[in-house]
Design a protein around this ligand. Structure first.
Ligand SMILES: Cc1cc2nc3c(=O)[nH]c(=O)nc-3n(C[C@H](O)[C@H](O)[C@H](O)COP(=O)(O)OP(=O)(O)OC[C@H]3O[C@@H](n4cnc5c(N)ncnc54)[C@H](O)[C@@H]3O)c2cc1C
Length: 369
């Protein structure tokens, strides 16, 4: 078996054979390493970045996704100046651009350079630092000049460990990319072997992994105990929330407004600005917004269910679960708006966003027609 990296592994050097009736594969994923990056302590992935030794003066975040930006927030709070390089045309892909714009405005002071539509194409270890070269990601684009950094964080994605655990020797099918396909009971193509977490697919998130693990454990317990109800457990969640634990936090779940536009899905939007929230004002952090999207198709007859929602602001990650619950329960704007939210809380913004979509909010002026 090929060894994978990670701190939780016991390496006894002894070969042990363990028999099992049922097994759950949960071997996770690893950070992608760019082949041209030098082996150097000044080049780290997120695991290396968590083992902070000293605060760099200049740090490059390679990849403008959630993990890179979260780590960058920590390092810049400690004093590092940040550059970020991202191949695509925006940071924090997946979240609606209007939410990211608010995060970006609040965080502009952390960055010297935000290099979008830019690829990293080479890197060299020098006594002064890691010298990184860039190229335009699109034809005709311009590339920034090479830069030297005290620390480079590689955060360009994660790859599943499927090919590293010799799963195929047990007959478990592994895709070319290293994922293990499972059904809604988390069962692989081998009926007594289950798999959960990063190794079975996106999104690579802890709460998704745990939910899947519960399903697999229930199915297995049900089968071993002859309990039909447990044995019929399945992954039926409609949505999986995402949170960037940045400052402010950005959180979203279900359909995003950008997806709705791209897919031609008609939605009614309720957008509540936090500068109308007593709690956000009292906190001195009223830059946030809460956005809810409701089905506005003709079939919904003006009473469409909630399809998605997003927030940017302090504690957004603590509140996104309410929107996930509303989606799971098929709530509409009246259900959410007429649910009494305590005052003064940031959570009120969810009720008020629903009232705005419904046209009954008394806390902000009605939208101009
Ligand atoms: C920096 C960072 C921040 C994150 N922040 C968040 C967050 O805020 N919220 C969130 O929801 N998710 C977050 N995630 C993602 C989250 O950590 C993963 O989705 C989750 O841990 C996946 O669980 P898992 O069980 O699939 O894999 P893991 O938790 O990675 O567990 C896999 C384990 O298997 C071990 N292993 C691998 N190969 C072998 C082998 N051959 N033999 C024995 N053991 C092996 C590994 O060492 C590891 O301990 C973050 C990830 C990173 C890298």
């Amino acid at each position: 078996m090929e060894e994978t990296s990670g701190t939780a592994q016991e390496k006894t050097g002894k070969k042990q054979v363990i028999a099992f009736k049922k097994a759950i594969i949960a071997a996770g994923s690893q950070a992608v390493r760019l082949p041209f990056m030098p082996e150097d302590p000044r080049v780290v992935d997120s695991t290396g970045a968590l083992a902070l030794k000293e605060v760099p003066k200049r740090m490059l975040i390679l990849g403008g996704g959630i993990i890179g930006l979260e780590m960058g927030t920590v390092y810049s709070t400690l004093g590092a100046r940040l550059d970020v390089v991202e191949m695509l045309d925006g940071l924090m892909q997946g979240a609606d651009r209007d939410l990211v714009k608010i995060w970006q405005k609040m965080n502009a002071k952390r960055f010297d350079n935000i290099m979008l539509k830019t690829k990293t194409v080479g890197a060299k270890a020098t006594p002064e630092g890691i010298e990184v070269t860039f190229a335009a990601a699109e034809e005709g684009g311009t590339a920034p000049p090479p830069q030297t950094y005290d620390l480079v964080l590689q955060a360009v994605g994660r790859t599943p460990n499927g090919k590293k655990i010799a799963a195929d020797k047990a007959g478990v099918a592994v895709t070319d990319r290293g994922f293990i396909n499972v059904d809604i009971q988390m069962r692989t193509n081998v009926s007594h072997i289950f798999a959960i977490g990063d190794i079975v697919g996106q999104p690579m998130l802890a709460h998704k992994a745990v939910h899947e693990a519960h399903v697999a454990a229930e199915v297995i317990a049900g089968e071993l105990q002859g309990n039909k109800e447990l044995a019929s457990a399945a992954f039926n969640a409609r949505v999986i929330p995402s949170v960037a634990y940045t400052d402010p936090e950005v959180a979203w779940v279900g359909l995003t407004e950008d997806q709705a536009k791209a897919q031609g899905i008609k939605v009614k939007k309720g957008l509540f600005p936090w500068n109308a929230s007593g709690r956000a004002i009292a906190n001195g952090r009223d830059e946030g917004v809460t956005k809810l999207l409701f089905d506005d198709s003709p079939e919904a007859h003006g009473h469409g269910k909630i399809l998605g929602g997003g927030m940017v602001g302090t504690h957004a990650g603590d509140m996104i679960g309410e929107i996930a619950l509303a989606i799971e329960m098929g709530a509409d704007a009246v259900d959410i708006g007429k649910t009494i939210h305590p005052h003064p809380t940031l959570g009120e913004s969810i009720g008020m966003a629903a009232e705005i979509a419904h046209g009954s909010c008394t806390d902000v002026p009605p939208a101009r027609k």
